[in-house]
Design a protein around this ligand. Sequence first.
Ligand code: FAD
Ligand code: EPU
Length: 336
Amino acid sequence: MNIQENFPLKTFNTFGVEAKAKYFAEVHSLEELKETLQFSYSPILVLGGGSNVLFTKDFDGLVIKLNLKGISEEILDENHVLVTAKAGENWHEFVQFTISKNYGGLENLSLIPGNVGTCPIQNIGAYGTEIKDHFTSCKALNTETLEVEIIDLEQCKFGYRDSIFKTSAKGKYIILEVTFKLTTKNHHIKTEYGAISAELKNLGIENPTIQDVAKAVINIRQSKLPNPAEIGNAGSFFKNPTIPLEQFENLKNQFPEIQGYANGNFVKVPAGWLIENAGWKGKQIGNVASHKLQSLVIINATGEATGKEIYDFSTMIIDAVKEKYGIELEREVNIV
Ligand code: FAD
Ligand code: EPU
């Protein structure tokens, strides 16, 4: 085990901001992880791909970069397979692996950055699928007892960009591996969300396979989301807010163009629409901007932004949206 001091994190977060970890360790096995935890450094921050964190200052504790690798499979029945991936596997490579084996379920989640071990934290989702739709359980190290526990679907209490790992069990577990139940045939193809069917039409595909859906999702994502390898960002900076139907109807009277997706007595409003129509799409202040094609994404426009600048920019957006629409946006990105 090699613990480094004053370790620079710029290349370990997709915003590409400078921050130093007082201590830093890369771990490759459960034994190494337990050994590292016995040193009682605190606080501790586990890092996967660093694609959903914003460092606003140096981290005065131990950052653990989790590099556990490996994928295994177990046939469940005639139609299903259980596939387990260790936390340090790259998410998109894992999804591509499942697609190459013709295992269905995760294709709509293609090209999401980050690692497998992080996917349960915010129940990653895109294009009509969330991991909760295919998740069966995960193995996690309880940081208090140093015991490995199996946490099942129900225990995770998944919601929209939410789970116990962000709420009641925040900081308690380090996720070691995640298991998914995927189809081996009779795949359930989901094309109804967003622009998927239009993109499939563009590609000239009438009866899409899971491979075709993945291709369409990749094309759509590449057309509007900035690639973090080229421009620092962490995807959607805010969650899409859910407001009471009555509040939405009042807003609709005032702003007839406002978008919303009703769910019972509540309506989910696209934060991107609110931000754009509050005048912030593509706006740049100093080193930070809202992306010109997707205003929900805040970017490190010059590559020189500090985490504090990005955080302050996000506060200005929250204030502007609150002032115009009376809706308080909540940050999706984990602020450190
Ligand atoms: P990190 O940033 O490394 O960590 C995120 C948080 O999880 C931190 O608090 C960290 O301490 C904690 N954590 C990390 N690993 C573990 C672990 N093993 N055990 C316990 N805690 C852990 N998200 C979506 O849901 N849908 C999208 O469509 C989407 N699109 C994106 C597009 C772009 C361009 C980018 C940059 C991001 C996007 N995201 C999206 C956000 C991001 O990809 C996900 O949140 C992803 O799961 C983060 O994984 P990571 O490994 O990079 O997490
Ligand atoms: N919109 C605007 N202006 C903008 C951006 C969006 O008006 O600048 C409108 C669009 O016209 C569209 C609606 O908002 O009608 C929704 O936009 P989009 O389909 O791009 O999706 P989103 O709600 O902005 C969410 C997720 C993404 C996920 C996509 C696809 C959240 C916070 N974000 O974005 O996840 O990839 O749907 O499913 O739920 C992430 O979490 O990091 C992320 C990128």
